[in-house]
Design a protein around this ligand. Structure first.
Ligand SMILES: [Zn+2]
Ligand SMILES: [Zn+2]
Length: 117
């Protein structure tokens, strides 16, 4: 079994990746059964686990038909939206470098008084 996010080999039955911490089990939206991360359909009830909603040009959410079939008609449902953010490692590194630089330039002689306390 591999981590779907970083391809790190993880032990069977593991719930989180040991390298990047990505969750490895997927909760079925219909019956709440935990499924292995590489399953595309729930092994308990057959509901599709891969559901991606698209944002339309009008700013509305478009849900896939497979998901719409699971939703009760004319009922209020709660939808949890996970936005995939770009994980730009270079940007991350630049950001931590910037904060470190700001920290050290902000350290003036006047702050040195705290060292003697
Ligand atoms: Zn991982
Ligand atoms: Zn299910």
């Amino acid at each position: 079994m591999e981590c779907p996010q970083c391809q790190f080999p993880v032990k069977a039955g593991a719930k989180y990746c040991g390298r990047c911490g990505a969750p490895l089990d997927r909760l079925c939206p219909r019956c709440q059964t935990l499924n292995p991360a590489n399953y595309h359909f729930c092994h308990e009830c057959g509901a599709p686990l891969d559901q991606e909603a698209k944002g339309t040009a009008e700013g509305k959410l478009e849900l896939p038909d497979a998901l719409m079939k699971l939703l009760p008609a004319n009922e209020v449902v709660r939808v949890i939206i996970l936005v995939s953010e770009p994980t730009d490692m270079e940007e991350q590194a630049a950001w931590s470098r910037l904060t470190a630089e700001q920290f050290f330039t902000g350290y003036s002689e006047a702050d040195a008084v705290y060292d003697s306390i």
